[in-house]
Design a protein around this ligand. Sequence first.
Ligand code: BDR
Ligand code: CA
Length: 312
Amino acid sequence: RKKLLIDTDPGIDDAMAILAAFNSSEVEVVGLTTVFGNVYTQTATQNAFKILQLAEATQVPVAEGSHVTLKGAPKTWVADFVHGADGFGNMNFESVEGFRWRGTAAEFIVQKVRENPGEVSILALGPLTNIALAMQLDSSIAESAAEIVVLGGAFFVNGNVNPAAEANMYGDPDAADFVFGQSGNIKVVGLDVTHSCQFTGSELSNLRGRGRFGTFLSGITAFYLKYHQDAYDMDSVYVHDPSALAAVLQPSLFTWRSGQVRVLTESVATGMTVMDVGLKRWNNPHGWTDRPKVQVAVAVNAAETTSMLLER
Ligand code: BDR
Ligand code: CA
């Protein structure tokens, strides 16, 4: 059983992923760490408690993460147009408190990985600020985690914030570029594959009445579906974060390509992910210097992935 630490900005698809993790016998959720992204960090923490209450897993600690980017910039916007101002489709649930870990998210990540060397899978579902901070606290974290699976990036397709950038990369490009420069078992699941993983409007409404998780998700996804209808003219939603969970549960559902990845930290294309697909040797003075390789998902068995996720 993999020990799973989830760094998250819940967020509708984050909630889907976390609840699906609780229905997955392959993993044991050992903690949630929160970050800004879909919502501000404090709201992310409240939403994490709400999810744990629903999952009857209030023994799982939540460590609140950074409120500012790696460079120290305060957050000035959130994705309320996708997830609602409350992150849960403007359902405005009553806030609940739970087991709040006394320390930062980065400290929590370091402690969990040190306690269980080689055993913790980190699933990063938001901007990579906390993960980068943990690696800066302890440079051995990247190598002593069993794996770090990141939902983020748009490698050979357009982004979703703008043509260049996917939201989690755009949220803290410096953190992302730092994380992808560390050696370790790092896997990246981006829009290249998550755009193939969708739940239809009727699949979402059919969740109603299918247990506590189903009813909760069918409620909060109404807003998320509306966004997809308006923005993309589709009658389904992307299941980004759950797809990254699927990569933890069953990596063979994906085709992986190994290469160096950089994230643009300045310019009109801030947050853009660029992968070296390794077809050439950069035998010239302008090639990028060596960086460790990460695994990027370039194809997915979408039918099996989505049916597994929907079931869970
Ligand atoms: C990612 O951004 C957030 O809106 C989602 O929760 C997901 O993590 C998709 O680009
Ligand atoms: Ca997310």
